[in-house]
Design a protein around this ligand. Sequence first.
Ligand code: BTN
Length: 322
Amino acid sequence: MRKKILEILQKNKHNYISGTIIAQQLNISKMAVSKHITKLKNDGYQIISKPRIGYQLQANKDIYDISKLKNDLNPLQSKIIYFDTLNSTNTYLKTNEDLPDKTIVISDEQTMGKGRLKRNFYSPKNQGLYFSLLLKPNLEINKILKLTSLVAVAVNQAIVNLYQLDTKIKWVNDIYYQNLKLAGILIEANLELNTSNIESLIIGIGINVHQQKFPNELNNIATAIENHTSIYHSRQALLTSILNNIFKLLADLDNPQHMEIYRENSCVLNKKVIAFYNQKKYHGTVEKIDDQGFIHLKTATETIVLSSGEISLDLNESYNNK
Ligand code: BTN
């Protein structure tokens, strides 16, 4: 039955077809149509459902084509490893750090996707883009925050350019659309103890692309790109754009223009925020994000400079911050 529904959708590609018509053609109930459509979506078919209008097949399964990806990243010779399912692409690289510089690990699904602060990253099959990039940059440790900021710029630029969405960067490197999180970045570094140089760096990026639903605990916290645009791209197109942006920025790490772009795309600069740092909570206004990526937070009594920690927009304007 699912195959027949798919055929009807394919015949009507680019148009909406109502659940009632599909039900009549196949002599089943509208409810049965809706259940089959849900299964097709879970299978990776990109189907839009519009209440009272019907269904439209936007694209067949969104699958990765690794040899095309290799070509599109040319002349860069990256090793690319693809999994249908994996616990976490970051964990994979952590346990295989002898892999070459610029190795890319992609998984269609993660069963134990990791976020910062030991949080989980929801990574359902066929829905989001989950990948990690291994770098062996020989970089001083004090450059890591800047590099982290630039990765956020690379991800944000790809989303803005491909989907024409006005997404923003929340310090340090989350991507938000209208106060909801669209993407997260987890960077894990392995230090060379003698020199304090970074021996290897794992840049893990997770982007919610096709998800139409999230678990209850993520409602009002997370969102996905396709809930805010009708522009469709494969996850691979997004991945290619992000990787090419990252490689371009890395080749030119000290260019001050990059941090200028970071500031222009920040959703916390000049805003009232709540910061958590060293188990303390601070209310203040972000006065500045400097060229190293540090945040200068003006509280009621002092200006503190943060290189790490968590901040969130303070939606309660009632306190008086002079
Ligand atoms: C965060 O939101 O705190 C960061 C989320 C990072 C998620 C990505 S998905 C690919 C890579 N593998 C992981 O386990 N985590 C990162």
